[in-house]
Design a protein around this ligand. Structure first.
Ligand code: A2P
Length: 310
């Protein structure tokens, strides 16, 4: 049975959601079957994933099958090219239209970097423009005030950037989404969130794209065998036991179901601790790292991207 976390807004967020990055044309069917067959109530997407239309089709099909919109929690994200005050509302409206919804539960700043319109992918140093964080956040606050989105939040922020945001935020971010799994626990940022009552959501919980293959890692596999669960279930459950919500991505109906069978059992403390011995590698999704390139990227190193925090 689904469990929920409470946000500072007093709204609730279903603790496990379906990720949709790289779901492609499968997204419609994945979303529909996740909601209708597997019991998901939380769907995470973003303009940049280029699947909002398909995700919206899946949600529509689920609602048609009898699920209430108000029981669903739908998140999307403001992309870097729209990270300027006058573009926030049009970008949001475009997202809402593609998702075929009349409100979102959560809208996040996807990355705290503004990119030039038509920036090359991956972006070059000259593609990054100054980011008016205060102006953009004011527009996010207005979307919430206007009832278009129930909660607003951030993703991929450093503690330094969060501190800056909090210095002028009239409405604090309810949620911070960031990469978290045993190979990158992101403890500093997680603690900063806790300190401010900000709920954290773990993306890439299975460590996809990382340098360690967590799903085949001997420690993870050992705990899975012991508890008679799959490695993916151990990784999802690990995230829940840290107090974070978690959004594993799958386009496969069996794996979608598998990833939500994480209630009514626990990883015992000794096994939980055994999952905390991994060498920590910040942003281990290196191969996918949009912003870092030694020669001509906006950031020359992973350390620079994350404001030299660890
Ligand atoms: P697929 O979509 O074919 O299931 P993350 O959420 O960490 O980004 O991980 C997503 C990746 O993990 C995808 O490649 C997904 O592939 C794969 N995956 C998702 N669930 C499972 C699972 N239960 N077992 C193995 N691989 C999985």
């Amino acid at each position: 049975k689904m469990e929920y976390f409470k946000l500072m807004s007093n709204h609730t967020i279903p603790s496990v959601g379906l990720g949709t990055w790289k779901s492609g044309s499968q997204a419609r069917y994945s979303v529909e079957s996740a909601i209708v067959e597997a019991g998901y109530r939380h769907i995470d997407t973003a303009w940049a994933y280029d699947v909002e239309k398909e995700v919206g089709d899946g949600i529509k099909a689920a609602i048609h099958a009898g699920v209430e919109r108000t029981d669903l929690f739908v998140t999307s994200k403001l992309w870097c090219t729209d990270l300027t005050p006058e573009r926030v509302r049009p970008a949001f409206e475009n997202t809402l239209k593609k998702l075929q919804l009349d409100y979102l539960d959560l809208y996040l700043i996807h990355w705290p970097f503004r990119l030039k319109e038509g920036a090359s992918m991956p972006p070059k140093a000259g593609d990054v423009l100054e980011f008016d964080m205060k102006g953009v956040w004011r527009e996010m606050e207005r979307l919430a005030a206007d009832g278009l989105v129930r909660d607003i939040g951030i993703s991929n922020f450093s503690v330094a950037k969060l501190t800056k945001l909090l210095s002028f935020a009239l409405v604090k971010p309810s949620v911070c989404q960031m990469e978290m799994h045993p190979g990158w626990r992101n403890e500093k940022m997680l603690n900063a969130c806790k300190e401010h009552g900000i709920h954290a959501t773990a993306y890439s919980p299975l460590g996809s794209g990382g340098k360690i293959d967590l799903l085949n890692d001997p420690v993870v596999v050992k705990v899975a065998k012991k508890l008679e669960k799959t490695p993916a279930q151990i990784l999802v459950r690990w995230a829940l036991q840290r107090g974070t919500s978690v959004i594993p991505k799958s386009s496969n109906p069996d794996r979608i179901k598998e990833n939500i069978q994480v209630f009514g059992w626990e990883i015992p403390e000794e096994d939980f601790d055994s999952l905390s011995i991994f060498k920590q590698q910040k942003r281990i999704m290196d191969g996918e790292n949009l912003f870092v390139n030694e020669t001509d990227g906006p950031f020359k190193s992973v350390e620079e991207l994350w404001d030299y925090e660890d």
